[in-house]
Design a protein around this ligand. Structure first.
Ligand code: FES
Length: 252
């Protein structure tokens, strides 16, 4: 029997924690003697879907999901179940999968906090200057603002690759934040037609974005003549895009 453990975290709401989760996976693997991998419900790679695929392709006969957050994240707890159900529905013979008790309910957490309280400390020496710096009062002067949804469903559908393609292509054109400001977001609502990318001020909502379309958005919309043909703006709440969003929210 081959049991694979996935530490499932979020990156959209917990910036900069990815490396810690990856390091934790390595350390836990050394103790439990089984494959342990860090993955993300949103905002970072690998996605939960990709990690489940990798475990199944590697011959896992059982998968254990560990929601890796303190305190417990209700969004993560809910959506890792939904994301797993979506993945299993599209996979032949998915391995049985379980979810562990929340970390906050593990007795060993007390031991860890006691060790932190009694362990080495580092004096805080920061200055308040950066907190109130004038630079943080200036409104950016970019001409386009691109929102890249990296919520749980868009992440499952490939938003990590889309975000990388967008920023890489913009860099290839020599464009920075003062030209095109790219912001990763949480769920923007029309999840079922994700990955979703929005370009403002044109109010252009692009559904089903893949790497190829991301490159075209940069080349033809942001550096070219404007919104792509066949990818209309929101159009006042009518049309396929708006209809799909309505259906999706009704399911929640
Ligand atoms: S997760 Fe992207 S629109 Fe909901």
């Amino acid at each position: 029997m081959s049991r694979h453990v996935l530490l499932v975290a979020r990156a959209v709401t917990h910036h900069g924690g990815e490396a810690t989760v990856r390091r934790l996976a390595v350390d836990v693997a050394a103790v439990v003697g089984a494959p342990v991998v860090a993955c993300f419900l949103d905002g970072a790679a690998p996605s939960l879907h990709d990690a489940l695929d990798a475990a199944a392709d590697a011959g896992a006969t059982e998968v254990l999901l560990v929601a890796t957050h303190l305190p417990p994240d209700r969004y993560l707890d809910t959506w890792l179940r939904r994301a797993h159900a979506d993945w299993a529905a599209g996979r032949r013979n998915p391995p049985p999968t379980s979810v562990a008790l929340p970390l906050a309910e593990q007795p060993a957490l007390v031991t860890a906090v006691v060790a932190a309280v009694g362990g080495p400390v580092t004096p805080l020496t920061g200055r308040p200057g950066p907190f109130r710096a004038a630079a943080w009062t200036a409104v950016p002067r970019h001409r386009h603002h691109v929102l890249v949804c990296r919520g749980p469903r868009c992440t499952a559908y490939g938003a990590n690759d889309v975000a990388g393609a967008l920023t890489g292509r913009l860099a290839a054109h020599g464009l920075g934040d003062d030209d095109v400001l790219v912001t990763s977001t949480g769920c923007l609502f029309p999840c079922s037609i994700g990955p979703v990318v929005v370009v403002h001020p044109d109010d252009s909502w692009y559904p089903h974005v893949d790497v190829g379309l991301a490159v075209r958005i940069v080349d033809e919309h942001l550096c070219g003549a404007g919104p792509l043909d066949g990818r209309p703006p929101r159009a006042g709440g009518t049309g396929d895009f708006a209809d799909a969003a309505q259906v999706d929210r009704a399911e929640d």
